[in-house]
Write a protein that binds this ligand. Sequence first.
Ligand code: ATP
Ligand code: MG
Length: 252
Amino acid sequence: MSDIEIPESHPRYQSLLTRHRIEEGVEKGITSRQGLIAQGRGEAFDYLLGERTIPSADEATRAAAAHLLLADHPVISVNGNVAALCPGEIVELAAAVDADIEVNLFNRTDERMRAIVDHLRDHGADEVKGLTADGRIPGIDHERAKVDADGIGSADVVVVPLEDGDRAEALGAMDKVEIVVDLNPMSRSAQVATVPIVDNIVRAVPNITAHARDLRDAGATREELETIVVEFDADAALEAAERAIRAGADDE
Ligand code: ATP
Ligand code: MG
């Protein structure tokens, strides 16, 4: 992000940098124009949260890390917004928990699929799934149902940052542990997740990696990881996030 002309001291530096990345993503053919709107919706919630990771989101992130460490076949799903905002951080998370990366788009075009795969490779990914598209998510329409059979199709744990509500629901029905990152605790994606992380993906993804490394370095046993997973309460996390957002709105 060398071409950005915002001083780091600017109070809205992070937010402006994020916008700049999304804009660049659209220019490069990675992010769809719809993605700009999704980003705008997310920003509004982030503003009310105080653009910080609230404690309940940090707890969710730790539970997500525990799930990923316990998984047999974890997969991280990447769309155009995720690819534009935190490609290097996705690659690092995948390495930290030994997960596959799969490109999965709401508005799937071959061109955009390839642009995202190349972009992730430029950021250090070696294998990126998603182009084979020989698997289907049951219950949703053809184009949006496409996944790789040996990727999301056979994953036991999936990380779906910014997934749309419909597909999040269908993935959940496939008996997968679903980790959703979404700034809107009222969105269907967050509501159907096994672990909803109500935080900006630019903070959440590196935070999952940090928790995974901490747990591993501390020598956490399977039993200890399972305890973290069982003790996590998704409804309580969603309620805490909604309270924080409503309190933020009252402060304005
Ligand atoms: P529903 O889930 O209720 O069906 P939707 O998924 O169709 O709604 P969209 O506006 O299309 O709603 O999805 C965008 C979602 O992504 C919003 O909930 C928004 O808060 C979230 N979002 C956008 N940018 C970010 C970001 N950088 N980090 C985390 N979440 C984000
Ligand atoms: Mg949603």
